[in-house]
Design a protein around this ligand. Structure first.
Ligand code: KIV
Length: 258
């Protein structure tokens, strides 16, 4: 495992992207990414679910095995799917299953309320990445993907959560859709790296869903993402060209042969 705390200390930004399959994971790994995350976002951008609350442990294990076969140098983190870490005992058992499939670390959604679970997993020898701010597994209770850190009480809660996950032994914490000012405050307050998504530029690193970055899920792109490629357009172009070529070819051969 890279020394992510040391990278934070040196001001070296940490890079992280998601992967759910062998070719994508291999391409990211070969590109020099620091962390590959098998996110439960797989549910939305690969499996077509409405949100991440439908993702099962069996699905996470399946995708983790594919990614693990590809990743040679990046650090491989895997998300706990919902309802598989409700107690410290269940969290440790699930973490062991994820490690069995190839994870080098696990990620869970939750702050102070999840400190005992983080402690238990770390004590079992498995590194934990925490995730605070907007928690996609709580999207239904929250009524949408809302920016966090807009009120004083939300800011205080986020800072408490960040301290709690650090104290519990997390090696890093994802800050999802948190105001840039709050993310900056948290980043300078804690010793472990903050990895931001839609939380401004002051975090110690950045993570994105690869499908958003490369334009492979064109039906929805989060506001904070500027796609760096348009892979969906390329797929449509190649498929249309193939369809036209094939249909033209069969029409031509019918015309000539019969
Ligand atoms: O599931 C996911 O992809 C995540 C992110 C932080 C991108 O949790």
């Amino acid at each position: 495992m890279k020394d992510f705390r040391e990278m934070k200390r040196r001001g070296e930004k940490i890079t992280a992207l998601t992967a759910y399959d062998y070719p994508t994971a291999r391409l990211l790994d070969e590109s020099g990414i620091d962390i590959v995350l098998v996110g439960d976002s797989v549910g939305m951008v690969v499996l077509g679910y409405e949100d991440t609350t439908f993702v099962t442990l069996a699905e996470m294990l399946h995708h983790t095995r594919a990614v693990a076969r590809a990743v040679k140098r990046a650090f491989l983190v895997v998300d706990f799917p919902i309802r598989t870490y409700d107690t410290p005992e269940q969290a440790v058992a699930t973490a062991r299953d994820l490690v069995g499939a190839g994870a080098q670390a696990v990620k869970l959604e939750g702050g102070a309320t999840h400190a005992r679970r983080i402690e238990a997993i770390v004590q079992a020898g498995i590194p934990v990445m925490a995730h605070i701010g907007m928690l996609p597994q709580s999207v239904r209770e929250e009524g949408g993907y809302r920016l966090k850190g807009r009120t004083q009480s939300e800011i205080e809660q986020l800072i408490q959560d960040a301290y709690a996950v650090e104290k519990a032994g997390a090696f890093a914490v994802v800050l999802e859709i948190v105001t840039a000012e709050t993310a900056k405050q948290i980043t300078s307050a804690i010793g472990i790296p903050t990895i931001g998504i839609g939380s401004g530029e002051h975090c110690d690193g950045q993570i994105l869903v690869t499908h958003d970055l490369i334009g492979l899920f064109p039906w929805f792109t989060p506001k904070f993402v500027s796609p760096a490629a348009r892979v969906a357009d390329e797929i449509r172009r190649a498929a249309t060209a193939f369809i036209e070529r094939t249909r033209r070819g069969s029409a031509l051969s019918r015309g000539r042969g019969d």
